[in-house]
Ligand binder design. Structure first.
Ligand SMILES: Nc1ncnc2c1ncn2[C@@H]1O[C@H](COP(=O)(O)OP(=O)(O)OP(=O)(O)O)[C@@H](O)[C@H]1O
Length: 246
């Protein structure tokens, strides 16, 4: 069953029409990256899928089930993990207590496994959220989503504000998750690194999909990436972190 199929999304914030006929799919075992400059509508797409900002029109199908009108809680219950932008961990709770928050679903991911996968978090289990580095916060946010034992994971800009070496570490974890059969929809502005791990890519511009194809093809077409990024090509951080991935 296809983890995610989105068709004809029209999403609004009040009167502002943000998403225009957005469609995308994630097949089983795939990492799909959704690229686009600031304000293109990437976060809104994830929010529409999660039921946080339901679309006015269009359909969201998760594992063959129509989830368009489901609440975020129901969507999570279908096996969809969501790691929001800015991580949203609890600053005053310890690492261990942050990991007590989710409704755990049965599966291979439990606290023990999480601490094995993220040894930094194990070392800092008694530290409060606000005492963690950006990278540790991102790992905590991913760890929390993994405790749900998701079959599909939506990640919103996991590399944001992280040093290149930490980005590398986080992206390696994403690749490990894929090997375990978790499908991933990854929102990123870090073009080079995300295309390096993705199977397929979509590019959003002004709320509409302007590229849909192979990630490798896009990675080899820097001119195309620049033309889609327009004047803000710098925001796409082409070449950034390249050395980190070697
Ligand atoms: N709560 C809101 N109310 C009104 N407009 C909003 C709201 N949230 C976002 N927007 C607008 O919707 C558009 C898309 O925003 P969105 O956050 O989805 O973009 P994005 O591609 O994720 O960008 P970024 O990389 O900056 O997070 C932007 O023009 C933004 O200003």
């Amino acid at each position: 069953m296809m983890p995610l199929k989105v068709e004809g999304l029209q999403t609004f914030y009040g009167k502002s029409h943000i998403l225009h006929n957005v469609g995308l799919t994630v097949n089983e075992g795939e990492i799909v990256v959704l690229l686009g400059r600031n304000g293109a509508g990437k976060t809104t797409t994830l929010r529409s899928i999660m039921g946080l900002t339901p679309p006015r029109d269009g359909h969201v199908k998760l594992f063959g089930i129509d989830a368009t009108r489901m609440s975020p809680y129901q969507v999570a219950g279908l096996g969809v993990g969501y790691v929001p932008e800015g991580r949203k961990i609890f600053a005053n709770l310890t690492v261990e207590d942050n990991l007590r928050v989710p409704v755990a679903r049965p599966g291979p991911w439990d606290t023990k496994r999480v601490f094995q996968t993220f040894p930094r978090l194990a070392e800092r289990r008694d530290n409060r959220g606000r005492q963690l580095s950006g990278g540790e916060q991102e790992m905590l946010s991913i760890a929390r989503a993994l405790l749900l034992n998701p079959k599909l994971l939506l990640l919103d800009e996991p590399s944001q504000g992280l040093a290149p070496l930490i980005v590398k570490e986080v992206f390696q974890i994403i690749q490990t998750m894929r090997k375990e059969g978790i499908s991933v929809l990854l929102v990123e502005q870090n073009v080079r690194v995300s295309l390096g791990i993705a199977d397929r890519a979509y590019v959003l511009d002004d709320g509409a999909i302007i590229y849909n194809g192979s990630a490798a093809e896009l990675a080899n077409d820097e001119e195309r990436v620049r033309s889609m990024a327009g004047a803000s090509a710098k925001e796409w951080a082409i070449g950034d972190h390249e050395s980190a991935m070697r």
